[in-house]
Ligand binder design. Structure first.
Ligand code: ZN
Length: 263
């Protein structure tokens, strides 16, 4: 099957651009890294035609791999899993084969219930639970629930993810598939924005529709000469974790204040 990689990159860039999913500026990512380009993937997938077209291009890359299921990390990746499964099913060689659309989600641990014991005694009293409430810790690791683990045991799986920055959630998804006994054939992403390699994800193959060369800086690097914080470029608070980053900074400077009353 002939794939024109340059054409894919151009189309992906155009689709993400048209859906205003790619922005330039000074952003703070979910990982806490400072970025000069932000990919708001949800702005792309809220347009079903855009999500479908992007996943069709990605599905073509794995069309010869006899894929049984697509797994994506919830919540953001669910649209990719749906459209990925749809297009891989249409591309499947064997008639009547349905490629499953599945997702993994963050592992959670109930650490306390109302009126019950705390798993971590130091939390006792620190958190006041009301009747019917439970205290849950959401872990960075992913797990396949809802019977999905049995669906992929011994089956060929591709992981679809939107944007790679550090690659942490893609790597955690690969681990979740492997823990469920699935065979990870590869990882397909819309945008590789952090020079992430297949090796780093623990996958044999990594396919990216678009590779974005962007600055990914730690807080310290951004504050040093050449960084965007150093140059006093305002942090965007409308996307990513910029607001959280600024709030933290203000608190440490003692400049945070709460006002009540009129405007
Ligand atoms: Zn910065």
């Amino acid at each position: 099957m002939h794939i024109n990689y340059d054409e894919d990159a151009r189309s992906t860039g155009r689709l993400l651009d048209e859906s205003k999913a790619v922005m330039s500026g000074h952003f703070v990512g979910v990982s806490g890294k400072h970025l000069n380009t932000y990919v708001a993937k949800d702005r792309g997938t809220r347009l079903a035609t855009v999500a479908s077209e992007l996943c069709r291009m990605l599905a073509l890359r794995f069309a010869d791999e006899a894929i049984d299921a697509v797994v994506s990390p919830a919540v953001g990746g669910v649209a990719l899993s749906q459209w990925g499964g749809y297009h891989l099913t249409r591309l499947a060689r064997s008639a009547g084969k349905n490629v499953l659309s599945l997702y993994c989600e963050h592992e959670q641990q109930v650490v306390a219930t109302y009126g019950g014991d705390y798993v971590f005694p130091e939390l006792d009293g620190a958190v006041k639970l009301q009747p019917g409430e439970t205290l849950v810790v959401i872990k960075p690791s992913f797990v396949l629930k809802r019977g999905f683990a049995a669906d992929i045991s011994g089956r060929r799986v591709v992981v679809f993810e939107d944007v790679l920055t550090t690659g942490a959630s893609a790597a955690a998804s690969v681990s979740a598939v492997q823990a469920a006994g699935g065979i990870v054939v590869g990882v397909g992403v819309l945008v590789n924005g952090g020079s992430v390699t297949a090796d780093k994800l623990g996958a044999p193959r990594l396919e990216a529709l678009l590779t974005v060369d962007r600055k990914v800086l730690t807080e310290e690097e951004c504050a040093a000469k050449g960084g965007m914080c150093y140059d006093n470029i305002p942090v965007r608070t409308d996307f990513g974790h910029g607001a959280h980053f600024l709030a933290k900074q203000f608190t440490s400077l003692g400049r945070l204040r709460v006002e009540s009353g009129g405007q």
